[in-house]
Structures are given as C-alpha cells and as structure tokens.
Write a protein that binds this ligand. Structure first.
Ligand code: ATP
Ligand code: MG
Length: 459
C-alpha cells in the first residue's frame, strides 16, 4: 500500500519534471505498442539501419512515432542519432548538412527527405535568453534521455527502432496516447516561456489529433499568450503555416479561440477570428483548404492568406472610396495597409504577398463584363486563383452567384460562345445608361455549384 503510494508520488514527480527516472526509458516490445511496420517508409528504415551498422544509435522519433502509434501513416520521418552531422553525412550519398547553429542532416532518396538530428543536450540554466526568458541559443549535443526531455509533448518524445521493433518511452507518452492527452514535458510555464511557439503547437496537435490538453498544460496558455509577440516573425509564420495547412485549419482556429489565444495575439488571428462579416467567407476558405489537403491536392499559401485577410481589405477599400479615392487605387491602398499590419508580426514572404496582391487586384476586373476587359483578364497568369477566389466570394453571399457562373461559362466557351456571353447584359451592370436586361442563360452545361472547384489551388 505504502509502496504504491510512494510510486504514485514518484510517478507524479516524474511527470512534472526531469527527475532521474527519466534517464531510463520504458521499453515497449511490438506486441505492446502495435506499430504496423508497413507504415514505416523503407527509406527511413534504410537510414536507421545504415547508422546502426556503422555503430551508432538511430531511431525514428517525434511526430512519426506518434502517428505510427495512432495507426496513421506519417507524412514524413525524422531520425535521431548519437552520430554527429559530419558522421551522418559520410554514410549517405545524397546528404546535406543544414543550418548554422544546430546542424541537422537532410538525407535525400528521390523526392523523399529524411531529417537526421543528433541528440540534443539538456537545456542549461546558462543558455542565453531574451528578457522574457525565451531561450536564444541552446545547441549542444547530448545523451538520448536529454534529447527526450527537450522535446515538447510526451507523445512527441518516443523513439522507435525499426530493427528490433521496440519503442523507447521516457515520459509516459504511450499512456498519453491511450488517454488521448496532450501533456507538455516538464513544468508548463517554464517550457512555454523558453519557447512560446509551443503555445501554437499544442493547439495544432489538439485540433489535429482530437486530443484533450491536460489541465496542467493548458492552465497557463491564455496568460502566456503575449509571449508569442517576442518570437521572431519568421518562426511564427512557419508555425502558423503548419497550422493552416494541417488539414484541420478550421478546428485549429476554433481551438485557438477556446484556449484564449486569439485576442491581441496576432493581427491575423484578430482579423480571422473576430470579424463577424467575414466569418462565413473565412469558414468556407478554411473548409476548402482542409478538404484539398485531405485529398492530397496542393494549396497555395498566397490564396489562403488572401482569403483570410479579404474582409479587412474590403473594409479598408470601402473607407478609401468613401474618402474620395478612385476604386482601383483605393484597392491598392487597402492592400498596402493590410499587408503592412500583417508584416510586422508575420513574415509573409514576398512571393506570398505578391500572390495575394494579384488575387485581390483581379477582383474588380471580374465585374467588368464588356469590351476587351474580360479577354485581357483571361490572359492573367494567376487567373485560376483569382477565379477560385471569386467563386468563394459568391459562395459566401458577398457577390451574386450569377457573376461566378458567368465566368465559369466564359472561361469554358469558344470564340463565338464568348461573344454571345458578352452580348448579354449582365444583371446589375449597365453599359453606359442603356436599360438593364436580365442575362439569359446559354444552353450549355455548366458547373452550377457555387463552391470553388479548385479553391485554394492558386495555380
Ligand atoms: P507534424 O506531424 O505536424 O510534423 P511533429 O511532431 O513531427 O508533427 P515537427 O515540427 O515536425 O512536429 O517536429 C518534430 C519533433 O521535434 C516533434 O515531434 C518534437 O519532438 C520536436 N519539436 C519540434 N518543435 C519543438 C519545440 N518547439 N519544442 C520542443 N520540441 C520540439
Ligand atoms: Mg514532423
């Protein structure tokens, strides 16, 4: 009885920190973890095998092991080893050392990339930090148990050896997989403080895996949210992109709100989560993106960000027009304003912002359905993205569905068909004072669905 009690206390202690027990992992044989070896990439096995034959330790680690334990095919494989990057590089024909501070090795097999990381050492008290406690540099190599303790969540800190089919579990990850619980390793406040990006990661994993965040882990989240503001914009952007392209973007954003991570955290989240007018539009854009990711179709970040910020652009566009600006320059001014606000916190790459501007700038051009305008628009290199965006606006009720249908027809039509469409007087548009007529629909088959066929492809 007493033994059990002590064990329980120790168990709790072990959970909460980095006690000496964490040096010895629980070793789980195949029949206990049930990983299906067929889900493991043969190239990942090749990497661990090559390293092991050269005398090193090598394991699959992180998200791949977590997904394997959940019976899901991992999207990529990371390997952890005690070999140094130089030692790893020597063993493979196509291996590249990446990074300046903490080097990792990219081993390539055709299109597949296996990321090989040397075990990291325990983060030291002496590691340089910013004034808020964020660790700036902490790049020493270390032992496997030290590597485990530095990982973020218990379910992300397990190691799988494909050769022996054993899982090494240092922090009760297997238990948490069974309980569908996200639990940060160590003291939550300290771990969020040393890397506030973990605040976004916990939300992404909870939404994606449909796991519950352990109350001790979730308690400090809302209070610590402002720490994200001190993280370099490029890292926040990478993590936001992972969240938005996770295939569960809508669920992630709802979870962000639930955890109190939306208000005043990032201008993007304020816009996306707190705009009643754009809510339907954003929801459609995100659902569309999630569907595309689940179907393995490409998604363009430019399209997605253009959609997330559209209603802010609309609002500012309207304000500039009211102030007396002409519509087209007003739209460009609105785009400048919106992108400037976002750029501060979110390092949107130039390619992405230029895609966003193109998509936005095309929108008023879809409303001109006379003369040479529509033909010129057909030649636009980003027509497809602009058109998908237009369909999204129609589907959200912002524009009459008829406009989207007209463009679907116009793009599909041949020469005479296009002339016929142009000859129709579109509803709500005038050609210089002539009486308005209802557009008669042609007899051709058309895609009547207002939902974008390629929404989000952007290509
Ligand atoms: P996904 O399937 O979405 O890629 P993942 O768990 O593989 O999820 P990655 O960002 O690829 O996530 O990171 C790989 C592993 O590296 C994680 O599983 C975790 O062990 C560790 N890791 C990544 N980011 C952090 C972080 N900020 N703090 C601590 N550990 C981290
Ligand atoms: Mg990963």
């Amino acid at each position: 009885m007493i033994k059990k009690f002590i064990k329980r206390i120790l168990g709790v202690k072990k959970r909460a920190g980095t006690s000496s027990q964490d040096k010895q992992p629980v070793v789980l044989p195949a029949k206990q973890h049930g990983i299906d070896p067929k889900l493991v990439s043969p190239n990942a096995v090749r990497v661990t095998q090559t390293l092991q034959e050269a005398g090193y330790k090598a394991f699959l680690v992180g998200g791949a092991v977590r997904d394997l334990l959940l019976g899901v095919k991992p999207k990529d494989f990371d390997v952890a080893t005690n070999a140094t990057p130089e030692q790893v590089k020597k063993l493979f024909r196509r291996a590249f050392i990446i990074g300046k501070r903490f080097q990792i090795v990219h081993v390539m097999f055709g299109q597949e990339l296996i990321e090989v990381t040397t075990f990291r050492g325990a983060s030291s008290e002496a590691a340089p930090k910013d004034e808020h406690g964020r660790v700036l540099r902490d790049n020493t190599f270390g032992e496997q148990h030290e590597d485990a303790v530095r990982r973020d969540f218990t379910i992300n800190a397990m190691y799988y050896d494909p050769a022996t089919q054993t899982v090494l579990d240092y922090h009760g990850g297997m238990d948490d997989i069974r309980k569908k619980t996200l639990r940060i390793i160590g003291v939550p406040e300290a771990r969020f403080r040393e890397d506030p990006v973990r605040l976004l990661r916990v939300v992404r994993f909870a939404a994606k895996l449909k796991f519950t965040i352990d109350p001790t882990t979730s308690a400090p989240i809302a209070v610590m949210a402002p720490l994200i503001n001190n993280v370099p914009a490029a890292r926040v952007f990478d993590e936001m992109l992972k969240l938005l392209l996770s295939g569960h973007a809508l669920a992630c954003l709802q979870q962000l709100r639930k955890e109190g991570l939306h208000h005043g955290l990032l201008p993007l989240l304020d816009v996306v989560l707190e705009q009643p007018l754009g809510e339907k539009f954003v929801r459609l854009a995100l659902t569309n993106t999630d569907d595309r990711i689940k179907q393995g179709k490409p998604v363009s970040p430019g399209f997605l960000f253009a959609a997330l910020l559209w209603h802010q652009v609309l609002e500012k566009w309207h304000a500039y027009k009211l102030a007396g600006e002409y519509p087209i320059p007003a739209l460009h001014l609105a785009a400048d304003d919106v992108l400037e606000t976002q750029a501060e916190k979110l390092a949107l790459q130039r390619k992405i912002t230029s895609d966003m501007r193109d998509i936005w700038a095309m929108q008023p051009r879809f409303e001109r359905r006379t003369g040479k305008s529509p033909y010129k628009l057909l030649e636009h290199p980003r027509l497809r993205a602009g058109y998908d965006f237009l369909l999204l606006r129609c589907a959200s009720g912002e524009l009459d569905a008829e406009l989207g249908e007209w463009w679907t027809d116009f793009m599909a039509a041949d020469g005479p068909g296009r002339e016929a469409l142009l000859a129709q007087k579109p509803k709500g548009e005038s050609d210089g004072g002539a009486p308005k007529k209802r557009r008669r629909r042609g007899g051709r088959s058309r895609n009547k669905s207002a939902a974008p066929a390629e929404g989000g492809s952007g290509e």
